[in-house]
Design a protein around this ligand. Structure first.
Ligand code: BGC
Length: 737
């Protein structure tokens, strides 16, 4: 009887709606029920952030949203203006540079989960993030949205974010695939790069997102590679992503990133999103019917120019996405601005803040009975608004000054504020305004003089400076013009350091800035863009409630002369306009695989702060590296190393393993990060850390065989807690078997 009922129920429920059936079977079933018009309707946008479902079949509309640091506030159906909702104020999580600086994949998991819950509450089925474009130059306008310069670090950090978000039935859309390493001319840059650099540096984080995290969405980048836009690129999408990596999800165009019908049909694009007709220049409202993957595609099919073969392949991918998201009955409930989400924002920020320098242990401050002078626009400026598509409408944002005031309210100390400099007082993006009035009429000289006078009478001076989210700073659309701190801050910092020996500089940015005054300023902290709980987290580190444990996810160059990308003239950055016309700009990554520390190592340059650098209020000793001294080509290798807290405070250290190929048929970097682990230690405690690697860690991309290759022979493992502080070395061999 029971069996009879089950089979009756099954026979009446269409296969595509039957969750007990294999997803591929459901996809094929839905596909064969869809008309040509319905198939076309699901592969392109119908509004700024949504695409159509198929109502006749009970498939709901699909909603995406930025990404990657919080859920972007709703805009109108076909306008960038705010929709004016009252339920779209979110938690702003720290920028991904900060997440990467935590060197803690567990933080990434918390982040993805919390953001996924916010997305669920807001009815979003896909978050346009995370971003993993490699930090090639410190001028990159969107570096703050990415995970640093190292392919291994970015790979380790991107996977848990995606995994935890997708567990909730919310798709991640990893972006911007690929070679979108700067903002200026992002629609016109044609990148020329060796296969080795592509595979070893620029692709691994995307590869991990696909192969390890099983990401459901990949966003094609605006720029070109091999003369084709990356939103419809035969080589990067069809060949690498779909064929080599077996990607089963959807390729989404960056907004307005499709440029050609034939390529959009054949070269791997699955869903076209955008703004106006072509997303770039023409402004026509409700232009979605004019998209490449819309009416013109349908017409071309009806006229026999294309069969439905490519279309069906796109629709299969979209249906798979629907079944995992909109149609997923196992989706949990979402939450917006929950206490747990604020806790995550705070935890990630606290783990990502990097103590760059701390001469004479000026930090943590000892506030009791003291006068503390806080200086700088970034001490009071809201940073969650601005910067481009990652701009948010945060439910609240605690500024650094407020954070200190809150924390020290009962500490019997005096906090004073001086503006010090004026940066950007505007504070609005896309109709979201901070509501702050940052207007300041006084001249720079007067502001510096005021700050210096106050500094003379203070016990501590804490300057919050750096960049902001305005054009030509840390912002989408343009790159910085140079590495200098803007708004005359160098002058201010130098004057304050001369006036007070306990000067602390907290840099708010997603990029390295030059620090000509580094020797005069005893304490320097990298404070990133920390989101809703920025001030709370910074205060916790400055007073020592939290012992800093962040490590730089990029090399902090002294100046542009130390940067590989800037060492080969215009050809290498920003490129040369082809045929003298301002249409395509060819940019050759002449530094090849030598990006970040791989470049400074090779050139024997000493940056201001090395990749992986970050201090603590305690000290650590890394010792006794050991391992089996042979590794077969198909085997795994385990290294053990001891780490001891040699100071008097509990703290966390990040143990980092770098590998050197001692003899190789091709040129290889001096060393490359291949494993790391963050470990918490009580004073005096020692722990043994296990670091695992495999053959891939020893491999280079062989351009002759088009595959990874590890050459048997001798290698060197170096372990320590910064790329320039590797106290343990061990030789080992890879043997043929
Ligand atoms: C950005 C993407 C973003 C999209 C939608 C584009 O301009 O490059 O990162 O997801 O807009 O806002």
């Amino acid at each position: 009887m029971a069996v009879g009922l089950v089979s009756y129920a099954q026979s009446t429920k269409p296969i595509y709606l039957d969750e007990s059936k294999d997803i591929e079977e459901r996809v094929e079933d839905a596909l064969k029920r869809m008309t040509l018009t319905e198939k076309i309707s699901v592969i392109h946008a119908q509004s700024k952030f949504s695409s159509a479902g198929v109502k006749r079949l009970g498939l709901p509309d699909f909603w995406t949203d930025d990404g990657p640091h919080g859920v972007r506030p709703d805009v109108l159906w076909d306008e960038w203006e705010q929709a004016g909702q009252t339920n779209d104020s979110c938690v702003a999580f720290p920028a991904l540079t900060c997440l990467a600086a935590s060197w803690n994949p567990a933080m990434s998991a918390f982040y993805g989960h919390a953001l996924g819950e916010e997305a669920l509450y807001r009815g979003k089925n896909m978050i346009l993030g995370p971003g993993v474009n490699i930090y090639r130059t410190p001028l990159g306008g969107r570096n703050f949205e990415y995970m640093g310069e190292d392919p291994y670090l970015a790979s380790q950090m991107v996977v848990p974010y995606i995994h935890e978000m997708q567990c909730l039935g919310v798709a991640s859309c990893v972006k911007h695939y690929c070679l979108n390493n700067e903002e200026e001319y992002r629609h016109q840059v044609n990148v020329i790069v060796s296969d080795r650099a592509l595979r070893e540096i620029y692709l691994p984080a995307f590869e991990a997102a696909v192969k390890e995290a099983g990401v459901w969405g990949v966003m094609g980048a605006y720029n070109l590679y091999k003369n084709e836009h990356n939103c419809h690129n035969q080589y990067t999408l069809n060949r690498i992503l779909k064929q080599d990596w077996g990607f089963k999800g959807v390729v989404v165009s960056d907004w307005g990133g499709a440029h050609d019908l034939d390529q959009a049909v054949k070269n791997g694009l699955d869903m076209e999103f955008g703004t106006w007709t072509n997303g770039l220049s023409e402004g026509a409202s409700n232009a979605y019917d004019m998209y490449y993957l819309s009416k013109q595609y349908q017409k071309a099919i009806l006229e026999g120019k294309y069969t439905e073969k490519e279309l069906d392949e796109k629709v299969r991918r979209v249906l798979r996405l629907f079944f995992c998201t909109t149609m997923n009955k196992m989706k949990p409930y979402g939450f917006l601005c929950s206490e747990g989400h604020y806790e995550v924002a705070q935890k990630v920020a606290a783990e990502g803040i990097v103590l760059l320098q701390n001469e004479s242990n000026v930090l943590p401050i000892d506030p009791v009975g003291k006068k503390i002078l806080v200086v700088g626009e970034n001490a009071i400026k809201m940073m969650t608004v601005g910067g481009g598509s990652s701009s948010l409408k945060a439910q609240h944002e605690i500024s650094p000054l407020q954070g200190l005031q809150n924390r020290l309210r009962d500490s019997n100390c005096q906090i004073e504020y001086a503006r010090g400099y004026v940066g950007d007082v505007s504070g609005s993006y896309n109709g979201v305004t901070t509501g702050q009035n940052l207007k300041e009429e006084r001249s720079p000289e007067v502001l510096i003089a005021e700050a210096v006078e106050k500094a003379k009478k203070a016990d501590y001076v804490i300057i919050f400076g750096g960049l902001n989210k305005s054009d030509y700073q840390d912002c989408e659309g343009h790159d910085r013009k140079n590495m200098d701190l803007p708004y005359g801050q160098d002058k201010l910092i130098t004057a304050l350091a001369a006036a007070n020996k306990n000067t602390i500089y907290v840099n708010i940015s997603g990029n390295a800035v030059s620090m000509p005054w580094k020797k005069q300023v005893p304490a320097i902290v990298q404070g990133w863009f920390l989101g809703s709980e920025a001030g709370t987290s910074l205060a916790a580190v400055l007073v020592g409630d939290v012992n800093p444990s962040g490590k730089l996810p990029f090399t902090w160059y002294e100046n542009l002369k130390q940067v590989g990308a800037h060492s080969f003239g215009e050809e290498s950055f920003p490129g040369i306009w082809r045929n003298g016309e301002k249409k395509i700009i060819d940019e050759e990554y002449k530094e090849g695989i030598y990006v970040g520390y791989r470049w400074t190592d090779k050139q024997k340059l000493k940056p201001t702060f090395a990749f992986g650098h970050g201090l603590s209020y305690t000290t650590f000793k890394v010792s006794n590296l050991r391992a089996r001294n042979t590794l077969t080509v198909d085997g795994k290798m385990t290294f053990l190393v001891d780490v001891t807290n040699t100071g008097d405070k509990q703290g966390s250290d990040v143990v980092q393993l770098y590998i050197t190929d001692l003899k190789c048929s091709v040129d290889r970097p001096v060393k490359e990060l291949k494993a790391f682990q963050k470990v918490v230690l009580k004073p005096g405690e020692t722990k043994t850390v296990t670091l695992k690697t495999d053959k891939r860690a020893l491999s280079f991309w062989d351009e002759e065989t088009n595959d990874w290759k590890a050459e048997p022979g001798e290698f060197m493992a170096q372990v320590g807690d910064s790329s320039d502080k590797l106290s343990c070395k061990l030789k080992f061999s890879l043997i043929e078997r």
